[in-house]
Design a protein around this ligand. Structure first.
Ligand code: NAG
Ligand code: NAG
Ligand code: NAG
Ligand code: NAG
Length: 257
């Protein structure tokens, strides 16, 4: 009987620890760039195409570091690479440049919940490959990975040489093609695309609109260490720490009655 409860408390304690450790804030230190691979990286890349890696493509392009960090923090990078491996329809990504993020106010990304961060990334991904020549014929509204409702779709229109995107909150144009093969297209946008779903009150329980819009002035680095920390995130960690302490004392009480 005692052994049983000890085991279940240990399990409980272990789960708590896992959960707590898993709670690394999205502003966590940037993953170190992968160590220089092998001796002849260039030759290797040429020799074995291997699976397409979205992060590598964006890193190579060089000016998507915030978006890359956001994808990694939400593990959407893993999801998308997996999907790319299994999809028949392909994927299209509207990748916001670092400039797009730097025009948001400092700490903006940190102020989003993990769920909203994930949704924000998904909103920049379409579950179909769209070549640049196909934008003229897409039918609006276009569904995103964030879903199908009017609050998570966007419109694409072409005007002259412009491919314009409108989300209801953000108007912008594609500024360049970063990558394209037959399954994956990545286009650069110079604004972060805001879905109505995150940045306008939810219909069932209307709440005051969160302050979101344009910053007074550009902030150099949204994810700078001095950026304001998410208060609710801190609270969660504190609560977890308390729970861990409690679990420790419970386990101790069982071990040393
Ligand atoms: C891609 O899918 C194949 C089989 O469908 C699997 O063997 C391979 O491990 C997958 N690769 C990745 C990177 O998920
Ligand atoms: C499309 O975008 C361009 C540049 O962003 C803008 O000048 C033009 O007015 C837009 N067209 C429409 C129809 O929104
Ligand atoms: C998108 O297009 C649909 C259909 O044309 C229209 O009803 C909707 O108002 C448009 N939304 C935005 C944000 O432009
Ligand atoms: C986006 O463009 C449409 C017309 O092209 C305009 O009615 C709307 O006000 C614009 N929205 C924003 C947020 O600039």
């Amino acid at each position: 009987m005692r052994r049983q409860s000890f085991i279940s408390f240990s399990l409980f304690f272990f789960l708590l620890c896992t959960k707590t450790l898993g709670q690394s804030p999205a502003a966590a230190p940037v993953k170190a760039p992968p160590a220089a691979a092998a001796q002849t990286p260039a030759a290797q890349v040429a020799a074995s195409p291997g699976p397409v890696d979205i992060i590598k493509i964006l890193q190579k392009a060089g000016h998507f570091t915030v978006f890359v960090r956001l994808m990694q923090a939400t593990t959407e990078d893993i999801e998308l690479n997996k999907e790319l491996n299994t999809t028949n329809n392909g994927i299209t990504i509207f990748a916001p440049s670092d400039n797009a993020f730097s025009s948001l106010k400092a700490g903006f990304l940190n102020s989003l919940s993990d769920e909203d961060k994930t949704e924000l990334v998904k909103f920049h991904v379409l579950p179909a490959f769209i070549a640049s020549s196909q934008f003229q014929t897409v039918s609006n509204p276009v569904r995103t990975q964030a879903g199908t409702g009017p609050r998570v779709t966007l419109n694409v229109t072409t005007a002259g040489n412009f491919v314009n995107i409108s989300t209801g909150l953000t108007n912008t144009s594609l500024s360049s093609t970063v990558y394209t093969d037959s399954q994956l297209a990545i286009y650069q946008v110079d604004k972060v695309l805001f879905p109505l779903d995150i940045f306008t009150p939810k219909p069932p329980a209307p709440a005051p609109a969160p302050e979101l819009e344009r910053p007074k002035k550009a902030a150099p680095d949204v994810e700078s260490p001095t950026a304001a920390k998410d208060i609710s995130g801190g609270l969660t960690v504190a609560v977890h720490n308390k729970a861990v302490l409690l679990a420790i004392s419970v386990v101790a009480a069982i071990l040393f009655p």
